[in-house]
Ligand binder design. Sequence first.
Ligand code: ATP
Ligand code: MG
Length: 137
Amino acid sequence: MERTFIAIKPDGVQRGLVAEIISRFERKGFKLVAIKIVVPSKQFAQKHYHDLKERPFFNGLCDFLSSGPVVAMVWEGEGAITYGRKLIGATDPQKSEPGTIRGDLAVVVGRNIIHGSDGPETAKDEINLWFKGEELV
Ligand code: ATP
Ligand code: MG
């Protein structure tokens, strides 16, 4: 069954949105197969966002991801990768539809509270980066 990596970023944790976000994935019908809270190092954040290393915001983005606790999760279900991105909404919360997580709960792109894998390959890589096999049920 399809699996996706979802992370509640430090702003989402700090703002107390963990339960709200988990609830949206649960109510949709996806199954939580792994969860933990971690403070990633900057080096780890750079690995996670390696595809964006040429972008001007890369350094600030990695500083931010490593600035506090992140709730790392793996969710499973048919269409979990694509539909997970739908639940999350567009990257820029100004463009996210109301009803999406970013649309309802975030305002600016640099503080968009949640990450979701953008395809099957990145999902596999991100799950392997953040979790050991025995941490998944
Ligand atoms: P994520 O990978 O976090 O789920 P995404 O796939 O919607 O987000 P990406 O293009 O992968 O978007 O960008 C990764 C993250 O980089 C975004 O979530 C956002 O926090 C940050 N980011 C993207 N574009 C900008 C920008 N123009 N200025 C500042 N930060 C940005
Ligand atoms: Mg992305």
